[in-house]
Design a protein around this ligand. Structure first.
Ligand SMILES: [Zn+2]
Length: 311
């Protein structure tokens, strides 16, 4: 199998990759590895402060209650993408040299967990504003600053506080895999389709499409010129744009008679266009390389086991 990133990608957290010399089974195993096996960091434990605090300056009393139960806040925190930096050597808690022999409650050290804190209290009693929103940006990273939340994720709301309420906790993020909980799955919208090429069979009838004035995502007109001298399109981005555009002359549009299948698509054997996006905890390249590493590890183990079984 060969993998090649399609021109112009990745875009933000999304990527298109061309996979050649492969099969649907192999490509699907990459899809499954991305969803369930590639490790990422997620908040998995939250220690809430409970009780009543008094503000020394104003005398206002604050209570550790708010509109959401602690479990729901913990779940919301779990779903915030935590920058994972796979090259930094953070290990799974169960593999951690420092912690693996400890009892469950003592586990956790700088090699296997990232620590965050949050302390927000509602508006003072004499304030004109009633409600105070708590955002992901209120989380302070206590471990290395590189694990601070990305700009894109700062505005995720966590809960809101009325006057006289406060929220305070420590949150602990560890590595995990999507197969154990969705909070550890780094990707969304993982899909693949056969690589296609488009062929212009009837240039005159194709004008039913060309006259609509549609353009590709990179701003080129969808017309006979796009097909070039050999009347074929192979550019992957243009093919996907064309597949979308062709619906404008498809069944039910009233244009399908005039169009008369003037453009047809042909599959390229054993080649697939693979697309997905990450939640931002990993870059698309890191996630894809992670999937490859997981699959390689699994097949190495399998071949080892077969060798032992045969010996
Ligand atoms: Zn540890």
């Amino acid at each position: 199998m060969k993998a090649e990133i399609v021109n112009g990608w990745p875009q933000g957290n999304s990527i298109r990759i061309l996979l050649t010399e492969t099969s649907t089974a192999q490509v699907n195993s990459i899809r499954r590895a991305l969803i369930a096996d590639v490790p990422k960091l997620a908040i998995t434990r939250v220690d809430f402060a409970q009780g009543i605090n008094q503000d020394n300056a104003t005398g206002d009393v604050y209570e550790s209650v708010n509109c959401l139960p602690d479990e729901v806040i913990a779940h919301r925190l779990a779903m915030i993408p935590i920058p994972t930096h796979p090259e930094e050597g953070i290990v799974f808690p169960e593999d951690c040299e420092n912690c693996k022999d400890m009892v469950e409650k003592d586990k956790g050290c700088p090699s296997c967990q990232i620590l965050y804190s949050l302390k927000v209290q509602g508006h003072p009693k004499d304030s004109d504003e009633d409600l105070k929103y708590v955002y992901a940006s209120d989380l302070t990273v206590i471990s290395d600053p590189m694990f601070g939340l990305k700009e894109d994720h700062q505005s995720i709301p966590i809960t809101l506080l009325s006057k006289g309420q406060y929220l305070q906790f420590y949150a602990f993020a560890t590595l995990g895999r999507g197969r154990d909980h969705a909070k550890w799955s780094p990707v969304a919208a993982v899909a693949f389709r056969p690589q296609m090429k488009a062929i212009l069979n009837k240039p005159k009838k194709a004008s039913a499409l060309f006259n609509l004035g549609l353009t590709t995502t990179d701003g080129k007109a969808i017309d006979a010129k796009l097909f070039g001298k050999d009347k074929t399109i192979t550019d992957i981005n243009h093919i996907i744009d064309l597949e979308n555009a062709i619906h404008q002359v498809g069944a039910g549009t009233g244009r399908d008679g005039a169009f008369d299948n003037a453009i047809t698509f042909e599959k390229v054997d054993n080649s697939f266009v693979f697309t997905f996006e990450t939640d931002g905890s990993l870059t698309p390249k890191q996630a894809f390389n992670g999937a490859m590493k997981e699959l390689k590890g699994r097949f190495d183990n399998l071949s080892g086991e077969i060798e032992r079984a045969i010996a």
